[in-house]
Design a protein around this ligand. Structure first.
Ligand SMILES: *Cc1c(COP(=O)(O)O)cnc(C)c1O
Length: 443
């Protein structure tokens, strides 16, 4: 984009001035669509989600064997939801006003194998690829016990094939670990934001880690190039993959079951708000798709981004989607929230999901550090900076009377609301790194 076009764009969308000034903003899309219509625009449906769920069930006996910490949940990779009462009191204190409704946390930070939300999409896409190869070779049938994949002979078989991916860290971690375990030869192209411990951990699993001085967009491009030259190399495309997206979407029916077990209602008089940290958009987009399919119109999803990397807000607000990057408007895409350090949003997610996402907001790195510290002190939870981006979401929603009125979310309904903060990563952060994060938080 040239300077002239940018100036016009800013005239047309004054909100960009605040984005460029790196001030926290929020924007609630006035053009949200009812679920039925919204889901049609995605081009995927309930059946696709069910097939993903069934595939994960088929692999549960493999995962139980290959990753014994998944055995307690029968080889299903899922996280708990918990109340965070102390954090609720803290938010009310910090903002000087009440937070009505119940405040809960989804602990994807503690998912097995990868310790982040990427244990949903990343692992699912590798399993899908492995299943396809094994079935095509006549080595596997859907009716088989997939536990048999945990063997030397299957490792030998998969070692003929390669997998490549570009990542800011966590996607690489999840894809690297599962691919290496199955026997694939795997390369992870890591952007400059990626933390050293994530690279070290991958190398200890035998993963080929390629490091870049540039950001996520470049790392992804290089991964794509590597795969183009090799017919046996499968590239996992975080910017466009529908398979990744479907892996994330299974979270919806799982959460519905957890809510039913806890007898938490979601309907017209009991709205559910879900706050999701957003990088390229696949994770929060896929989860939102699954939530909308499971809960319908009464779940409201809000995306959170760093002030230095507001790519999804920028893409959806201007309607330019992946045709514009934050760098185009002079924003540097440098943030401590490495999982969210993405300058250009997924075109697929922005275009197809915009009608199903209620709103977007940005927050500073310092706010993330502060709530990281508070989560550790008050709730005893270890989260990484990206993972706490959703924490202030309930306060932003409660302040937005225009939005609440537009959706007829009157006070008597908000009293019954559940606010669910999606905590997306952190349980695997090394102790010293965690102490360094906490030291940056201000009480
Ligand atoms: C990747 C990631 C996200 C966001 O997912 P995207 O698919 O990039 O939008 C959020 N939090 C953490 C910790 C992540 O690693």
């Amino acid at each position: 984009m040239n300077k002239l076009n940018i100036d016009k764009l800013i005239d047309h969308f004054p909100l960009l001035k605040t984005l460029i000034a790196l001030q926290p903003v929020s924007w609630f899309n006035p053009e949200i669509t009812p679920v039925e219509q919204g889901i049609k625009q995605v081009g995927l449906n309930q059946l696709d989600i069910q097939q993903a769920s069934d595939r994960l069930a088929r692999f549960s006996s493999y995962l139980r064997k290959a990753f014994p910490d998944t055995a307690k949940n029968d080889g299903i990779i899922e996280s708990e939801i918990i109340d965070i009462e102390k954090m609720k009191q803290q938010l009310q204190l910090d903002y000087g006003k009440p937070l009505v409704g119940r405040l809960m946390l989804k602990k994807d930070s503690h998912l097995p194998i990868a310790g982040s939300i990427k244990a949903r999409g990343g692992i699912y896409e590798v399993l899908t690829h492995a299943e396809k190869l094994a079935i095509q070779a006549g080595l596997l049938k859907e009716e088989d016990d997939y536990g048999k994949l945990y063997s030397e002979s299957f490792k030998q078989f998969f070692s003929q094939y390669r997998i490549a991916v570009g990542s800011t860290g966590n996607l690489g971690l999840s894809i690297g670990i599962i691919s290496a375990k199955l026997g694939f030869s795997v390369s992870v192209h890591m952007s400059a934001d990626a933390r050293q411990w994530k690279k070290d951990k991958l190398r200890s699993h035998g993963v080929n880690v390629v490091e870049y001085e540039q950001d996520y967009g470049v790392a992804v491009e290089q991964g794509r190039k590597e795969a183009e030259h090799d017919a046996n190399c499968f590239f996992i495309d975080d910017e466009n993959s529908q398979t990744l997206f479907l892996g994330y979407s299974v979270a919806g029916q799982r959460l519905l079951k957890q809510f039913n077990d806890l007898q938490i209602k979601v309907d017209q008089d009991h709205p559910l708000f879900v706050y999701l940290p957003c990088g390229v958009g696949g994770g929060p987009g896929g989860v939102t798709f699954g939530l909308k399919a499971a809960f319908g119109d009464h779940v409201h999803c809000i995306f959170a981004e760093p002030t230095h990397s507001p790519c999804m807000l920028l893409g959806v607000h201007t309607g330019l989607h992946d045709q514009i990057s934050v760098q185009d408007i002079g924003i540097d895409n440098v943030t401590a929230a490495d999982g969210l350090a993405v300058g250009r949003a997924s075109g697929f997610v922005g275009r197809s999901m915009q009608g199903l996402i209620d709103g977007y907001y940005t927050l500073t790195d310092q706010t993330m550090y502060n709530y990281l510290g508070k989560m550790a002190r008050l709730e005893g939870l270890q989260l990484e900076p990206s993972a706490v981006a959703g924490v202030i979401g309930p306060m932003i929603v409660s302040e937005n009377s225009e939005y609440l009125q537009r959706l007829n979310l009157e006070h008597h309904k908000m009293v019954n609301a559940t606010h669910l903060i999606w905590a997306t990563g952190g349980s695997m952060v090394p102790e010293q790194e965690m102490q360094d994060y906490i030291a940056k938080s201000v009480r």
